[in-house]
Design a protein around this ligand. Structure first.
Ligand SMILES: [Zn+2]
Length: 394
């Protein structure tokens, strides 16, 4: 983060330089335009075929010379040199703040090009394009790179389109989707979030009356679960009337369609992926996210491991430590080691996901089970061992 801030400071300096040079040259240009206009007005006072007086000719010649020198200065002189210097400072700042060479820890580029990995890589790219909703680009990629067997995952593309519309402030597509799956979403905050967004949109576009009518129709269903949020949404309507003045800070995010849309889009993707059992990230996006998180730590540890014996122990397909990918990381593991028995999972002793979401090995599960009952060792949730599901890493 410090690195980003460091670069940002230098970038800000460069941008302010651009702005001041821009202001300066705009002033100079305007000044020249004014002078030219002035001379033109002077001359057109006389009839078209009248000869210019010697004084007028001199005036025009002088002006032409000034215009020429000033524009020449602007296009070649110190202007460009100064701009170039500030821009190249930003480049140097990036080099200084970030590690440029990850070659010692990153997989060799050739490993993506062999006959086994290249098709996997191409499939991942095509799948990612489809999941982003970029069907045209995906189709072009698939046909030009001659890729076979890519699933054209339209479901995700549809979700992406709904999320994009939400981010633009339009909840209608997402509401349609949520209504079709209302019975599966009754425990989810999504329907209320979408209806709230729609009510506030109506207030902006058709007036508070239309919003209240909509709220009366839709909100009662959600009143019990979202009482406070619902009260806030109704109060926020008071600031949608003409001449209401600025809203207090607690209502501001409700009245900002972009902020509300971004929040709803994020929730929509999370809930829809959960419902459809889709990973929120495509395999490619997941790998890039995991890679970006792990690289700095990996680089750090690699630079400290200088002894040849230690380097020899560095495996190509397994990370030397556990990496926390955060909440949005999607829970990718290079290996699974049972947190109870401290053993690496194997085919005979695979990882099992308990009903609460915690994962332990099958041996640990068998040891902890008391007949038809099992108490999760991490959270106190009681469940049946039969409810645990085996997890496959591929
Ligand atoms: Zn648990």
């Amino acid at each position: 983060m410090d690195s980003c801030l460091g670069v940002e400071q230098d970038l800000d300096k460069a941008l302010s330089k651009f702005r001041s040079l821009n202001d300066n040259s705009s002033k100079l240009l305007q000044n020249m335009i004014d002078q030219v206009e002035e001379v033109r007005r002077e001359i057109t006072k006389y009839s078209n075929d009248a000869q210019l007086s010697p004084a007028q000719t001199m005036l025009i010649n002088d002006l032409a010379a000034t215009v020429k020198t000033t524009t020449a200065q602007m296009s070649t002189g110190n202007y460009h040199r100064e701009l170039h210097a500030t821009v190249s400072r930003v480049g140097k700042s990036i080099d200084r703040h970030f590690i440029a060479d990850y070659a010692s820890v990153a997989p060799k580029a050739e490993s993506f090009c062999n006959d086994v990995n290249r098709p996997i890589m191409e499939q991942a790219i095509a799948q990612h394009l489809y999941r982003q909703g970029l069907e045209d680009v995906g189709d072009a990629f698939v046909s030009e790179a001659n890729i076979t067997g890519v699933e054209r995952t339209c479901t995700f593309a549809l979700l992406q389109r709904c999320a994009a519309a939400l981010a633009e402030g339009d909840p209608s597509a997402a509401l349609n989707w949520a209504e079709r799956r209302a019975h599966e979403l009754h425990n989810s905050p999504l329907p209320f979030t979408l209806h709230r967004m729609q009510a506030l949109k109506l207030a902006r576009e058709q007036g508070v009356g239309a919003a209240i009518e909509y709220a009366r129709r839709q909100f009662p269903l959600h009143a019990a679960r979202h009482e406070r949020a619902l009260q806030a949404a109704v109060c926020a309507l008071a600031w949608c009337t003409p001449g209401a003045g600025p809203a207090p800070p607690i209502y501001q995010h409700l009245l900002d369609p972009k902020a509300l849309g971004a929040e709803a889009a994020e929730l929509f993707i999370k809930e829809a992926c959960g419902l459809l059992r889709l990973a929120p990230l495509s395999p490619l996006a997941g790998a890039v996210l995991a890679g970006a998180r792990v690289l700095p730590a990996l680089h750090d540890i690699r630079s400290k491991m200088s002894h040849p014996h230690v380097i020899a122990a560095w495996s190509d397909d397994e990370l030397p430590f556990e990496v926390d990918l955060g909440e949005d990381g999607g829970g990718y593991h290079s290996v699974f080691a049972c947190p109870i028995l401290r053993q690496q999972a194997s085919e005979q002793n695979p990882p099992m996901r308990l009903l609460c979401g915690h994962v332990i090995s099958r041996d640990a599960l068998n040891k902890l089970a008391m007949g038809a009952k099992l108490k999760c060792p991490y959270c106190p949730m009681e469940q049946s061992p039969a409810e645990a599901r085996q997890i496959y890493f591929s």
